[in-house]
Design a protein around this ligand. Structure first.
Ligand code: RUQ
Ligand code: CUA
Length: 651
């Protein structure tokens, strides 16, 4: 029997030994059994491949240590992924109807989607960017997930008790957003900042009046822990100059009470390619510096409470002039066309990556605070906002590479920056401002995320490279390629590439990774509970109480579902009747879900155990329509059926 040495060492010894059955280990040397070596040879696997498999394989029946909540991009949904196995656990319907979950097909979830209407339009897609978990004292608490829709300036609230979208709030001030949804360290606020400047409240103004009338805006959505909903009435906003605000991060610990938002296009370029003017891309890349916006949100909150806000479309907006006079917003130069802004776990520093700069710039919150307190400004911008001197505000810069974007952290003082153009993850020491190692990724990484990465105490086990391109990584599926998540182990001396996961549903932007044991989802609902109201539905029905009640042309049907029948299973109505079904799933056993569909009516529900749901539709076409269960719930699932009969209107 020959021996092979695990190049990566640490931990691999025990893992490989376990897998090989006949371990023989001596000072890091590992013995693989003949059969394992044969298998490796047959499948063309290297030792590194085997180690990666051993670090990520989760056997049947075993659970993942982490759960990743990833943006589903254009799908308008959120992916729930187990790590390290990278198994897809669920796609949560958020902005887009989701048929399996019966979300948006006639049931009570329709009202949530209705809340996301903008300009009177039902919007059937979203560009989901940044999922953010609720925090308590800067730690993920596993209660709620927020996520923004860049395309239509909306914020959604996903309840992690049942992994369901409970609320969508439509931002009435902006037409697009990006710097969201970042939470303050106790989730008092969910922050959503506009992307492309436009007149606030979505009014019209010609582009010629860009500097005077176009604005950015940052909405501070107030989150109410008791209702687990955003309260728009307690929310407020900050008017921002028409620099294209990009990403943002909320301060924590030392910098709690502050928010940092970066920007590009401080040139305020507006394009005009047809007229021969330079496109926005080149107009916006003239200045060497753009502006980091440093925002004292506690002060802003107080000014709003003192009545300094001016209502626009029902939201109190703090005018730029007030923010300038009261030093709510301070600007600092940031090089060049920046993208990511990330607060370090200790809250003491802010890391900014410049897309057209090779550095990550590390700002010192202490320095910034001192300069603001002493009113040591270098000047003012055209809107009267004070500007701090760049060199006085930073601790230093790390030379990272071509196109640094986003930065996450581990538990040992290292940062991991995604480097788009170079297509690498750069690991660097925050203290030394020096790159330690670069790992190629496949290909062109956008965001990067880390285990418990945005908390005050990252775990330092994994990062995931969220790659925009996959090129040669997967079997070809036509010219639209999946994006590629790459799981990278960061707990050893060297980074290790562990697994690829194609994302074939939309372009994911950000994701967060939480320790699985922090999530405590319910298994069943108390009998008759309507998840959207959070308690027993007034129309909930128990066995024996089912009935059909007709009042004029409204027919209320109080139904139950239990293996393997609906009661009633025959519903006869007249053409033109409004039918209201109230269905309670009487099951109380885990995973005993029934579906409920009616042919030709766009009705499809998911009735998890105990759950109650209401459906309203107009029976406008006479005919005979099967209604049936859509989850294979029992041996007699196909028999779980009945009929909706719509009698033609008497002439
Ligand atoms: S981002 S493009 Cu989060 Cu890097 Cu949206
Ligand atoms: Cu109930 Cu299938």
């Amino acid at each position: 029997m020959k021996r092979w040495i695990a190049r990566a060492g640490i931990g691999a010894v025990a893992l490989v030994a376990l897998a090989c059955g006949k371990p023989k280990s001596k000072g890091g040397a590992i013995a693989a059994s003949a059969s394992v070596k044969e298998l490796m040879a047959a499948r063309g696997l290297t030792e590194a491949d085997v180690e990666a498999a051993l670090r990520t394989y989760v056997p049947s029946g075993k659970l993942d240590d982490y759960i990743v909540f990833a943006s589903g991009g254009q799908s308008g949904q959120v992916l729930v992924i187990g790590a390290p196995s990278m198994r897809l656990l669920k796609l949560i319907g958020v902005y887009t109807p989701e048929p399996w979950q019966g979300y948006g097909y006639g049931g009570d979830g329709d009202a949530v989607l209705e809340g996301g209407k903008q300009n009177g339009h039902a919007l059937e897609w979203a560009d989901v960017h940044h999922p953010n978990l609720s925090e308590t004292n800067g730690e993920y608490d596993g209660q709620v997930l927020f996520v923004n829709d860049k395309a239509n300036a909306r914020v959604a609230v996903v309840d992690l008790a049942d992994f369901m979208t409970k609320q969508i709030v439509a931002n009435p001030l902006a037409a697009s957003d990006h710097g969201g949804t970042f939470v303050t360290q106790n989730t008092d606020y969910v922050i959503e900042t506009s992307q492309y400047p436009a007149p606030l409240g979505r009014e019209y103004a010609p582009l010629a009046e860009y500097k005077e009338k176009y604005r950015g805006v940052s909405v501070f959505w107030k989150f109410d822990r008791t209702t687990k909903r955003i309260d728009p009435n307690q929310s407020w906003a900050l008017e921002l100059p028409p620099y294209t605000q990009d990403l943002a991060d909320a301060g924590k610990l030392d910098s709690d009470g502050w928010v940092f938002i970066n920007s590009f296009n401080t040139e305020m370029a507006i394009g005009g390619t047809l007229e021969g003017k330079p496109p926005i891309e080149s107009g916006a890349s003239q200045n060497d510096m753009d502006y980091l916006h440093v925002i004292d949100w506690k002060k802003a909150e107080k000014l709003i409470a003192d009545g300094k806000g001016q209502p626009i479309k029902g939201i109190r907006v703090l005018p730029l002039a007030v923010s300038a006079a009261e030093r709510v917003i301070t600007l600092i130069g940031e090089p060049k066309s920046p993208h990511g802004v990330d607060v370090t776990p200790d809250g003491k520093e802010i890391v900014v990556g410049g897309k057209l700069d090779t550095h990550a710039t590390v700002y010192s919150f202490e320095k910034i605070k001192k300069l603001i307190d002493a009113q040591q400004f270098e000047g003012k911008d055209a809107y009267g906002l004070p500007i701090l001197k760049f060199s006085d505000s930073i601790r230093g810069q790390a030379e990272i590479g071509l196109g640094p974007l986003h930065t996450v952290f581990d538990d040992k003082g290292n940062a991991y920056t995604s480097v788009f153009i170079e297509s690498v993850v750069a690991k660097w020491s925050v203290k030394e401002l020096k790159v330690i190692e670069k790992m190629p990724v496949h290909y062109n990484i956008g965001h990067i995320l880390a285990a418990e990465g945005d908390t005050v105490s990252p775990d330092g086990k994994f990062v995931i490279a969220m790659n925009k391109m996959s090129l040669d990584r997967f079997s070809k599926v036509g010219p639209l390629y999946p994006q590629n998540f790459q799981l990278i182990g960061i707990d050893g001396e060297k980074m290790r590439m562990l697994a690829d996961m194609p994302i074939g549903i939309g372009e994911p932007h950000y994701a967060q990774m939480i320790r699985a044991d922090k999530l405590k989802p319910i298994k069943t609902y108390p009998l008759g509970e309507n998840p959207y109201i959070g308690h027993k539905d007034p129309s909930a029905t128990v066995a024996g109480q089912e009935k059909i009640v007709r009042k004029g042309n409204v027919v209320d049907v109080y139904m139950t579902a239990i293996r393997s029948h609906f009661t009633p299973d025959q519903i006869e109505v007249e053409q033109g009747d409004t039918v209201k079904l109230h269905i309670t799933n009487l099951e109380q056993s885990e995973d005993q879900t029934h579906g409920f569909a009616i042919s030709m009516h766009n009705v499809q529900l998911s009735l998890e155990p105990g759950r109650h749901e209401n459906v309203t539709f107009v029976a406008d076409k006479p005919g005979v329509y099967p209604m049936f269960c859509t989850e294979f719930c029992s041996a007699l699932h196909l028999e779980m059926a009945g009929y909706l009969l719509v009698k033609p209107k008497a002439k």
